[in-house]
Design a protein around this ligand. Sequence first.
Ligand code: ADP
Ligand code: MG
Length: 500
Amino acid sequence: MGSFDWHYTIGLLADADLWRAALLVVELAVAAWALSTALGLLVALAQQSRLHPLRLLASAYVWFFRSLPLLVLLIFVYNSPQLFPELRPLLSSPFTAGLVALVLSETAYIAEIHRGGLLAVGKEQGEAAQALGIPYAGVQRHVVVPQAFRVALPALGNEFISILKLTSLVSSISLAELLLVGQRLYTQNFLVLETLLAVALYYVMLVTVFDRLRAVLERRLDVRRRRTKAGAEPAPENEAVPAAPTRTRPRTPHEGEVVVRARGLRKSFGPVTVLDGVDLDVHRGEVVAVIGPSGSGKTTLVRTLNHLEQPDQGRVEIDGRLMGGKDRELAAQRRHVGMVFQRFNLFPHRTVLQNITLAPLQQRLSGRADAERRAHELLGKVGLDAHAHKYPHQLSGGQQQRVAIARALAMDPSVLLFDEPTSALDPELVGEVLSVMSDLAADGTTMVVVTHEMRFAREVADWVVFMNQGRILAQGPSETVFDHSGEPRLERFFAAIGPA
Ligand code: ADP
Ligand code: MG
């Protein structure tokens, strides 16, 4: 075995030129990663766009630049001023040429990483934000992208390390990065292995440092690891557990000022007709319960009322304003319609308080101080003010649903829609949510509630609508529907679900 000059290798670890080169590598890699991460997100969003040409363009970009070897691209970009002299001032610097080539290529890879992240965020998250009246750009920016980014982060970190090492290719267009500085040294002293080992150690050091940084960042972004501060948690028995709902107000007559007017709603999914001509009026201060067998179209009906589902035919008016139109118009209309989902759909990356203030702040309906004061007020109303700074995963299902109600109320909607708000809850948690809903009803909140809680429908609702196979089969004041419906299909339904 020949001799290996260890002293020389170790000496290179303090070499000023190599440190300068290491710094250059970091600058190039950070700039390339940051730009590709931003551009890659745009390409990934474009791939999901409703506009066909945009989707096509984005996919073509990814296909083309993923197929090109980086070295080929690099040399091409560096020499492209031969073809386009006006690019010379920009691309004559090997650093810029290297950056452009890296960004062109990495944007294609990173777009795929983002696409995976975006797909991992359930569509109910976007819908919950839409239902609050937030337009597309805000939904992506505040709700979907932050969650997608958290999912993509390990892969993005990995891609950074790839980029860090790929910068060595830029030596081919004579950028004085680590490899080129090393090559210059060993062409003079012929200590090839000694020099390359030192170069390798620089890379190992850089990768190690950045991998630690990535791990720290990942942990900071992971709100699910956050624990509640000791003492902040009130013992469950200290929390006022609300009583079962009872009627505490006179019945609101099914007349007067109409808040929701739906006419001739029809909706099919493929060959299945889900809404088959539904007319519905909801008056101010009225609680309408929608009951009926599974698959009868109840969910689709309430989703059509705020146009999360576009009806094929028919119209919905809220406070006399016709629903429909483009993104921003729909968003403005949806502010008047609050929605509470079966599975709560709170934003997991935001605290309880931030869940409630997001929509008012995003739409600049009030300043931060006002929005937070109102949020605390609403949390007080649903009995959760002590939990304002927790994350949704730190709450029980019943508490999450009460936050969801407060979040919907923060927009001061004209009507609140509920789609089986207690069906996803453990039985002992159902009462607390129904109780909050009864309180709202007693305060005169206009509500449409799809429910299987027959006791709630009987006690709290003013008007009961029975749906079957996409149609309203019977409707009337709750005692009429419950006590002598006279409709065989309705009698069978009541018989099947047991006494209310
Ligand atoms: P309910 O809430 O009364 O159980 P839904 O409105 O959820 O009823 O659904 C009614 C019917 O429409 C069901 O047969 C369901 O499978 C179908 N359906 C609902 N949403 C969709 C959808 N997005 N695509 C296809 N079919 C759907
Ligand atoms: Mg349903």
